[in-house]
Write a protein that binds this ligand. Structure first.
Ligand SMILES: [Zn+2]
Length: 80
């Protein structure tokens, strides 16, 4: 899998959601060096959470599909 940096996407710095410790460079650690919580539970990047991003992508796709359907219906004459 390609690393995000190799495709020109800059992500916000990762940090611990439990204690706020900057987790940049801690990618090989299994736990936060500050509070000891497992990274799989606390690793967060600035701004939106992964869940929020996934929700936003889902909403965007739904809107795009709806708009596409409307365009298809209008251009095919299904709607007078
Ligand atoms: Zn921590």
């Amino acid at each position: 899998m390609a690393k995000p940096d190799s495709v020109g996407i800059s992500l916000p710095k990762p940090y611990c959601s439990a204690c706020g410790h900057d987790l940049t460079g801690a990618v090989t650690a299994s736990a936060c060096p500050e509070c000891g919580r497992p990274l799989v539970e606390v690793l967060t990047r600035g701004g939106a959470s992964v869940r929020a991003v996934r929700t936003a992508i889902g909403v965007a796709i739904s809107l795009a599909v709806t708009a596409l359907l409307v365009v298809i219906l209008l251009t095919t004459g299904a709607i007078p």
